[in-house]
Design a protein around this ligand. Sequence first.
Ligand code: SF4
Length: 207
Amino acid sequence: MRRKDSTEVLLAKLRDDLRAARGLSTERLAAQIQEIGFQCLRCGDCCTGEDNSVVVFPFEIRRILGATAMDWSDVVEPPQEGEWDSEGIFHTLEWRLKREDGSCKFYAKCNCKIYGSRPLLCSTYPFYLDSGALRCSECRGLGRKIRPGEAWKIAALLKRRCIIEIREAIALLERYEDFERGRPGKRGLCVVHDSEGEHRVITELHS
Ligand code: SF4
């Protein structure tokens, strides 16, 4: 299948997923969360360690910039995974929150320094949706009593996150410019593809 055709197939699938996500019942999700139970223990496990990698979308990055007056490059970095083009430039997808000393750089003393503007991935942790089904990541707070209003709030955020993730994937695919593959280069140049198109950044990460 040619790349253009496979992109169209993928876009059609994503549009179907988007319709399904819009039809998710917040009430049903809330009832499931209520049954599972959850209370954040502020242990910081999800903000620290090797597994901590927070995907963040451009509109979320701008919200953090507005709340902190920091620069884009102080808040996020490109992921390590990607491909090189024929000019030795590294290409990758989406952004990750920056990390420092093995933790998210916004984590300090059991607190999130950007709590009010933290990404959707953080505000819905440890829950996520997999083809509409509720799933949980590992978390010590699971199984604890949760108030109905709190369960409903997480359910509504989960549905919103699911819709946004699909919309972002559609926008990324629609703007994605393919490139000729090449060998690893040492230029320190990186192109991040996201829902806004291409961002060119200088980085030490892949050189
Ligand atoms: S943004 Fe806040 S909640 Fe999310 S990983 Fe960083 S410190 Fe934790």
